[in-house]
Every structure is written in C-alpha cells, then in structure tokens.
Write a protein of this length. Sequence first.
Length: 136
Amino acid sequence: MPAHFAKIILITQRFWSTIFFKLAVNSFRMNIEELREYALSLDSAMESFPFGNETLVFKVNNKIFLLASLSSEILQFNVKCDPIYAEELREKYSSIMPGYHMNKKHWNTIIVDGTLSVSQLKEFIKNSYLLILKKK
C-alpha cells in the first residue's frame, strides 16, 4: 500500500475515533434544558430565580430541592442529600463536592463533567426532591 493511502487511513481512523469518543462522553452529560425538564416533571415542582438571574432554583412545598448555576461554563447544581450518603458520594466521585454556599453536611454540588451518567444525575435530583417532600 502506498504511503499516502496509509496516511489517509490513519487520519480517517483518528477522526472517527474522536467523533465516537465525543458522542460517548456527551451521552453522559446533562444540559441545563434537560435538568430543567426533569426537575419540572416532578410533581408540584416550581422554578424561580430568588437569588438573581444566575441561579435557577427548584422548589417543592415552597422549599428548595435543587439549585443550578447558569453562569458556569460546565453545568453544576446543588442537591440535598442524606449526610452519610453525601460523604460516601464525595469520596467516590471527584465531581461531587460539599454544597457550594449551602450547609455542607446536607448539600452536595454536582459537576456535570461526564463522569456521572444522566440516570445518576436524575437519581440525585429525585432523592433531593423526596427528602424535601418528606419534610412537609
């Protein structure tokens, strides 16, 4: 095989492997529209901007269960969590840390960088919602 054909094949393989990698990573990412759609699908969930235009807040029974930053380059959000489970998650995942501007014992900040699946992200949101719903 001539050298220029081998070079073309190599470039084509690199191109497609890059495309497939990006598709795989993006399948694990949630964007703000998907987050909003999911949060509002939860019964009686409401959205508001009580802290200004940069933080989208979701409430149930007039209590916050989810806050999402609209100013971050990478989507991140805060969810309420059982304190023991919150610690376990922080130890297990580098994209989960103590809640930014929140009670760090009860809240986690989740960085949506592709390390967690969309189903995991939805699970964290749903768990937060259920914790707040129980408090009635």
